[in-house]
Design a protein around this ligand. Structure first.
Ligand SMILES: Cc1cc2nc3c(=O)[nH]c(=O)nc-3n(C[C@H](O)[C@H](O)[C@H](O)COP(=O)(O)OP(=O)(O)OC[C@H]3O[C@@H](n4cnc5c(N)ncnc54)[C@H](O)[C@@H]3O)c2cc1C
Length: 472
């Protein structure tokens, strides 16, 4: 079968159904043996993390886009993957919308065959007051609140589909070392992007996608303004073994005066930890023997912090007023699990920060994922925002092609930017505000956030609005 040759097909891809292996061999390169002649692409994606790989997969699977010739450049090597018996310490909480995207790309089925755990309930509570908010499947039409999946498992699932015969237009270079970019200076669409590699080779393309993470070199080459700050907080991750076996489909997050601590359910006895705290405290926690670390962790989940009597009186009054006014204040408070042990050597720490690129697009270039925006993981939104970028960018590119325009048409790229920024910027600001509000233990702030949490928990339309924003 000879695939359709549109104006975006620079290459005839001959696909022989019964000879899938040899086709795959032609399509994949290592840095040593790739063919110098094939340097012109319609789209080059710099960065094959969770978001970049998913975009490549979407460009291969959407019928309107699958005639584009796409190159994915990933800095790390292509390693064979086998699901390890023990969970990785790096996990993400995926939203319903991410599940829909992954299902449409046939990636979800791979996750289900490997490991993915639904979250059916979530409890978020304040260590400095009685305020809490809970979410459950009932709040979202009996669907799951989120899904916990290991980063490696997700990456492997996307790559499995990307390398399958259902994707024919994507070349992948692993171990790619990009040394520089030359980007178009005008929106005429006549200039191409140039991607220079350290071995002297180069690629040209009509559209360059920066999916190269928070320290994006593509963003730097665009010369756009990037607003960023460090939270001066580290996130400690680890795989936890719980004291008791249970259904374990509840995610827990407690806001301590030192930062939030979250437990994400993996299976009936294990959960994943994300504990945000000051760098000095993180260093101390990392140095502790594992048993002492578990004690410190249980302490963080259970300890009674000093209370302010005025705050307690006010929150008690608000709770009784809400009940009298007929508002249910959500599910009853549940007690968090106790931790028995951690998987040996599963502790690690990551710095947290905020980042916002004021422009997501420039002539012939677009940013997606952490290259465009970075958030504190307290709301489990980071990679979900990136997958939202993938969904909206592919839809804008398909619309541009359908309208007979070029793939790098500036008006459609601008549409992508405005659609995403309308969603991403308020989400980023809300997460930042939450982080700041919960870092303080001044009584007026504790009072304001506690009452806010109580009201949000009781007012179902508000709660539903938050859930629907978080899942789109
Ligand atoms: C502790 C922690 C917990 C988190 N929990 C959640 C959560 O529950 N839910 C959630 O939604 N998000 C979460 N996040 C955020 C999430 O991990 C990120 O948003 C996500 O990894 C961003 O994906 P990305 O593909 O955009 O960027 P990255 O994961 O940074 O990937 C960028 C890729 O580009 C490659 N690259 C970079 N430069 C080059 C180059 N020059 N050449 C070639 N390749 C290059 C890198 O090798 C990498 O593979 C969490 C983050 C942390 C730190």
């Amino acid at each position: 079968m000879i695939r359709n040759l549109s104006k975006y097909n620079n290459l005839v891809i001959i696909s022989i159904k019964n000879n899938a292996k040899s086709i795959a061999a032609v399509r994949r390169y290592s840095n040593q043996n790739y063919e110098q002649s094939r340097t012109k692409y319609d789209v080059v994606i710099a960065g094959g993390g969770m978001v970049g790989c998913t975009l490549a997969c979407a460009l291969g699977k959407m019928s309107l886009l699958s005639n584009l010739k796409v190159l994915l450049l990933e800095g790390s090597p292509d390693k064979p993957y086998q699901l390890p018996p023990e969970y990785s310490n790096r996990v993400v909480a995926l939203s319903q919308n991410t599940k829909s995207l992954m299902s449409s790309l046939s990636v979800w089925q791979h996750l289900e065959k490997m490991r993915v755990n639904p979250v059916r309930h979530m409890q978020v509570w304040d260590a400095c007051s009685d305020a809490l908010i809970s979410f459950s499947s009932a709040d979202i039409m009996n669907d799951d609140v989120a899904y916990i999946v290991e980063n490696d498992v997700l990456l492997h699932a996307v790559n499995t589909e990307l390398k399958s015969n259902s994707v024919q237009n994507v070349d992948i270079v692993y171990g790619a070392k990009i040394v520089g970019y030359e980007l178009p200076k005008t929106t005429s669409g006549n200039e191409e992007c140039l991607v220079k590699m350290d071995d002297g080779k180069s690629y040209t393309c009509n559209l360059l996608i920066g999916a190269d993470g928070a320290k994006s070199a593509v963003r730097e080459a665009m010369g756009v303004q990037y607003v960023s700050w460090d939270y001066d907080h580290m996130g400690i991750v680890a795989t936890l073994h719980l004291a008791e076996e249970s259904e374990n489909n509840m995610a827990w997050q407690r806001f301590l005066p030192t930062g939030p601590i979250a437990l994400l359910p993996l299976d009936s006895t294990r959960s994943s930890l994300v504990w945000s705290t000051s760098p000095a405290h993180a260093r101390e926690l990392l140095k502790l023997p594992e048993e002492s670390f578990v004690d410190a962790l249980n302490d963080a989940l259970w300890k009674q912090y000093p209370r302010n009597s005025a705050v307690d009186a006010a929150t008690t009054w608000v709770a009784s007023w809400l009940r009298r006014a007929g508002y249910q204040d959500g599910a009853a408070r549940q007690l968090p699990p106790s931790v028995r042990a951690i998987t040996p050597r599963s502790r690690a720490a990551f710095p947290f920060g905020f980042g916002h690129s004021t422009r997501y697009v420039a002539p012939g270039v677009a940013l997606i994922g952490d290259a465009a925006h970075r958030v504190h993981p307290l709301a489990g939104q980071g990679v979900n925002l990136g997958f939202g970028d993938v969904r909206d960018l592919t839809s804008c590119l398909a619309d541009a092609l359908y309208a007979g325009l070029d793939i790098n048409d500036p008006s459609w790229l601008s549409k992508y930017e405005s659609t995403r920024q309308r969603h991403n910027v308020p989400t980023q600001l809300a997460i930042d505000a939450l982080y700041r509000l919960y870092r303080a233990d001044l009584p007026p702030l504790v009072l304001a956030r506690s009452v806010g949490l109580q009201l949000t928990n009781a007012l179902h339309p508000l709660k539903k609005f938050i859930i629907s924003h978080a899942t789109t």
